[in-house]
Unconditional design. Structure first.
Lengths: 155, 864
């Protein structure tokens, strides 16, 4: 594995992790914290450092849905799948999001500006139906306001 | 031993053994789709449910352990129904057209399917039809038509979810996750049996998938295509790609792999006389259920049409064309020409080359042809020098070179010393056994300590330090010095760092403990005779220092080629006859023959399976010599560079079409049984040798079968056995002689280090390039294109402004070679590495005839 700048940077990020059970998660967290995702080439660097195979690191990284192997979108819309939102036409909001963005659940737009992902109820049900834009609650949506919201985010 | 009752029959088994294995050993069939014999149970498929009386509910027989007085039932109706229900869940996510088609008896591959079903669902799309464990399980569990009838009221998840795409991007494996039932056998085989861990279970829940490396194509992962995953896959998910559709075999033949001196026993599956599949053959306790990519796939390295199907003759001078010839015509012409030369210049104007790829029988007849029929003492093979040098050094130390060390001990060793370039690449299955000794398996962990002396960072380097071993990285060519330093365990040698030395000293103290099993494995350089001799002396010294009188029992010297030891046992050696006893007259070695040709005293050469233009260093001078010879006979199964220069070419049959024996690294005499038919007019080399000998001297060879030669060898060479039974698949016979002495020798001084700024060119046998493909310069001799490079350290490349993938030119005083550069830390700084067999041994053209690493200039090629 030739050393280049990116490799050296990742090696520096994970320098304190040793080949021991339990260090894999920490190393992956450190990488994701820095880059916002786990670049594919980081799997090899982590594997070499922890003396695991690349496949084992990949298996662990894909098991946890919070580890991303692709760069996150600039804006991440979390669609609340909770009961209260669904009762308030949450499914219609989802359709509006998917149609306006042109992507399915769990996907990002081609320019990686906006992504849509499936989220669990966070308890702010008084704002149902709602989505979270980069974690911020945008509630009491209608289909029309959803379309407006997405068009603004896409700009 | 415990007594248990299995379906009403009392049987005995070892207490604590996995119940499922005991059930299978008793000949009772039980479904077990995720269990691998010998490994820890995974209990993922749940299909091995049995009733253990007294236990609550049904038990998994893979996790249940045998206990005294156990009463086990497998066949009662409720138990069977439980298993059927489990299997129905597995089937729900698997294509089942092969089970449910009403025309299934007529769905042999190649038959035309008339069923009005979606074409992609036809069972002919699954090439594992009739050799699929899941299919068999369904049948034996009587899943029946009514349980699986998918086209009526279809609502199973399999047909409703989009299935992932198969990976067909490499020449060896097909990976079709549509067929996967997530038993994870492949994950565990790769991890626990091969210690490679190229496969993992990725994602979770409904999106769980088997993934190679970082989820990309297989060839981008660290998979080295050994095929262990294919052998354990119960479905068509992982399959051999070559001959995938015709791999329903008519016959299986047990024979010996000819790719290296490990000598794995393989089972060749054939159809209409040609090989379609290769599996490991379990009868060999060293290779057992494992082989490497060479054994599994190199039978198919070149198509049959690239093998010789006709004999050729050239009646004009070198350079004029060769024409097809009949056998009788060729024998008559060859013998007449040889007789003419013998009459004119004497018998000693003729030399004979055997080959380390020949069977013992062929080599025996080759030397007999030379010594008894032609009457010349000049017999050798082109890559003999390093083998012979190492052998002589071992003989000087122990009185014999047929050491008593048994390879079965490698996997059981407590301390292993490996001195090699990259054992993983040159002797893959021995390397695997070293890893076994270090890691073992989860059910039987081991804690062997590895001392690796290697200038290259191979896979074994990862099995040192994390497991308490140590990797010493000497400069190229200084392996002998490092081994010598270990023998003396002195700290004065610069290459041993202080901390490494402490670890090494502690390990060597362990190695001195007589109660420990110790293996010292040395793979000499394939070309450099001086290094091989010094290295062999040094490892012998090391073995003696560690093990005293028992040194010979723990020392392994591994030749590069499959039957190099056998060739020398048979007397393909200018100084020793059959049985390694001194020959009546001493002849010239290969280098001597080339010198004699240039001097004009050698006029003719009979080349039996050898290819000096590929295997011997110093190609240009050898080519000149071969062109200068008045008469050259070549017996080979492909048109090698040497055969192109020959006057008579006898077409030999391929390796796996031969009957005979091979002597591997530990001189275990492994049997070859003919698996394939000859191609075209090709005839076995034994026949060519016999006919030639008889034409030169009437009734010289009177053999009616290859076994007759084997029997004669048994009579003349100690340790070799006659063919006792046609059906003997693997012989326990080993040519091992007791050591008569244990003498340390002085190891010669090292060659001068290269001047500053000079790069050293070195070479070694690599894993992926096939011998046959390289011999005919096939563009895909390395079908994965993993090693068609010159490997350079990034630091050197930076200094020379070479980028990864650049076209570069290597120049030495002997020649130049253009190829692509690959930057890698597998080689050390100051060294460039070119695979030995790349493009028919092209690197041999750059090296002097002593085979030693040589100073080389590397330049970026200028685009024309």
């Amino acid at each position: 594995m030739p050393d280049n700048e990116a490799t050296l940077e990742i090696q520096h990020l994970i320098r304190e992790f040793k080949p021991a059970d339990g260090d894999l998660m920490g190393a992956l967290h450190a990488v994701q914290h820095h880059y916002g995702y786990v670049p594919k080439m980081a799997l090899k660097v982590v594997a070499r450092q922890l003396r695991l195979s690349e496949a084992k690191v990949y298996g662990a990284a894909t098991f946890y849905s919070e580890f991303r192997l692709t760069p996150p979108p600039e804006t991440l819309i979390g669609w609340c799948s909770g009961l209260a939102c669904r009762l308030e036409n949450g499914h219609g909001i989802r359709k509006a999001l998917e149609t306006e963005l042109g992507v399915g659940m769990g996907e990002n737009t081609a320019d990686n500006k906006v992504g849509l992902h499936f989220a669990q109820c966070n308890g702010t049900c008084e704002y149902a139906p709602q989505v979270w834009v980069n974690g911020r609650v945008v509630g009491s949506l209608t289909a029309a306001s959803t379309v407006k919201l997405v068009r603004e985010l896409k700009k | 031993m415990a007594k248990l009752t299995l379906n009403g029959v009392e049987v005995e088994a070892e207490a604590g053994a996995p119940l499922v294995e005991v059930i299978k050993q008793q000949g009772v069939w039980i479904s077990n789709l995720c269990y691998i014999d010998g490994l820890a149970p995974y209990a993922g498929c749940r299909s091995c449910l049995v009733e253990v009386e007294g236990a609550r509910g049904l038990q998994l027989s893979c996790t249940a352990r045998v206990a005294d007085g156990m009463v086990v039932n497998t066949e009662k109706q409720p138990i069977k129904e439980a298993r059927q229900q489990v299997l129905a869940i597995i089937n729900a996510n698997h294509s089942d057209r092969c089970l449910s088609c009403h025309r299934r008896v007529k769905c042999m591959p190649g038959d035309i399917c008339l069923r009005d079903d979606v074409v992609t669902h036809r069972c002919v799309t699954c090439s594992k039809n009739y050799r699929c464990e899941l299919q068999t399980t369904n049948e034996l569990l009587d899943m029946g038509f009514e349980n699986v009838e998918p086209w009526i009221l279809e609502d199973r998840t399999y047909y409703q979810t989009e299935q992932p795409d198969p990976d067909r991007a490499n020449p060896f494996f097909e990976f079709d996750p549509q067929m996967c039932i997530l038993c994870t056998r492949c994950v565990r085989a790769c991890d626990e049996i091969r210690h490679t861990s190229a496969i993992s279970l990725s994602n979770k829940g409904y999106t769980s998938r088997i993934a190679f490396g970082a989820g990309g194509p297989i060839q981008d992962s660290n998979c080295d295509f050994c095929g262990a995953c294919i052998d354990v896959c119960p479905t068509a998910t992982l399959m051999e790609k070559p001959n995938k559709w015709i791999a329903r075999t008519e016959d299986w033949t047990s024979t010996t792999c000819n790719s290296c001196s490990v000598g794995c026993t393989i089972s060749v599956g054939t159809r209409s006389g040609r090989a379609v599949i290769v599996k490991p053959d379990y009868v060999n306790p060293v290779s057992a259920d494992q082989i490497c990519i060479r054994g599994r796939f190199h039978y198919d390295a070149i198509p049959d049409k690239q093998r010789l199907s006709k004999h050729y003759v050239r009646r004009g001078p070198t350079g004029t064309p060769q024409f097809p010839a009949h056998w009788g015509e060729l024998v008559a012409y060859a013998s007449e020409q040889l007789k003419g030369i013998i009459a004119k210049d004497g018998a000693s104007a003729v030399a004979v080359l055997g080959s380390p790829f020949n069977t013992n029988e062929e080599n025996y007849l080759a030397q007999k042809l030379a010594r008894d029929v032609i009457g010349t003492p000049h017999i050798d093979f082109s890559s003999a020098a390093p083998n012979r040098a190492a052998g002589r050094a071992i003989e000087a130390a122990f009185g014999t070179e047929a050491l008593a060390s048994d390879a079965i001990n490698i996997a059981r060793s407590d301390v292993i010393v490996v001195i090699a370039d990259d054992l993983e690449e040159s002797h893959n299955v021995f390397s695997l056994r070293v890893k076994d000794a270090v890691v073992g398996q989860p059910v039987a962990p081991r804690s062997g300590k590895l001392i690796l002396v290697s200038s290259q960072r191979g896979e074994l380097a990862d099995f040192c330090e994390p497991y308490g071993g140590v990797w010493l990285q000497p400069r190229v060519g200084e392996e002998a010095l490092a081994a010598g330093a270990l023998a003396k365990a002195d700290g004065e040698v610069a290459l041993l760092g202080e901390s490494d030395l402490v670890v090494a000293r502690n390990l060597l103290a362990e190695a001195r403990d007589p109660s420990n099993i110790v293996s010292i494995i040395y793979a000499p350089h394939p070309l450099d005779a001086r290094a091989a001799a010094e290295g062999a002396k040094a490892v012998a010294n090391l073995a003696i220092a560690l093990r005293g009188d028992k040194a010979a029992e723990s020392l392994f010297v591994l030749p590069t080629e499959a039957n190099a030891n056998g060739a020398r046992d048979m007397g393909v050696d200018p100084e020793r006859g059959a049985g390694r006893v001194a020959a009546d007259a001493s002849g010239m070695d290969f280098a001597g023959m080339i010198d004699a040709t240039h001097a004009g005293t050698l006029k003719a050469m009979v080349v039996v399976g050898d290819n000096p233009l590929m295997f011997a260093p110093g190609t240009p001078r050898i080519r000149e010599a071969l062109e200068k010879l008045e008469f050259v006979i070549v017996i080979d199964d492909v048109m090698t560079d040497t055969a192109k220069l020959a006057h008579c070419v006898f077409a030999d049959v391929p390796e796996y079409a031969k009957t005979g024996t091979f002597s591997n690294a530990e001189r275990r005499v492994n049997r070859l049984h003919a698996a394939l038919d000859a191609i075209g007019d090709a005839r076995p080399a034994l026949l060519a040798l016999t006919d030639l000998a008889n034409a030169l001297k009437p009734d010289a060879f009177a053999y009616d079968h290859p076994d007759a030669v084997t029997d004669e060898i048994a009579a003349r060479v100690a340790g070799y056995e006659p063919f006792t039974s046609k059906f003997e698949r693997w012989s326990k016979a080993r040519v091992a002689e007791a050591a008569t002495k244990s003498e340390t020798q002085t190891v010669g001084t090292q060659p001068a280090a290269p001047a500053d700024g000079q790069l050293l060119l070195t070479t070694s046998r690599t894993l992926y390039t096939s011998t046959d493909g390289a011999a005919v310069h096939a563009a895909d001799a390395d079908k994965l294109h993993r090693e068609e490079f010159v490997e350079m350290h990034p630091a050197d490349a930076g200094a020379l402004q070479v980028l990864d993938g650049n076209d570069v030119v290597l120049m030495t005083e002997h020649g130049e070679l253009s190829l692509k550069a690959k930057l890698s830390d597998r080689v050390q700084e100051g060294v460039v590495f070119v695979p030995y067999y790349l493009d028919g041994g092209a690197v041999c053209g750059l090296i002097a005839s002593d085979g030693a690493p040589i100073a080389v200039q590397v330049k970026v090629a200028v685009a024309v």
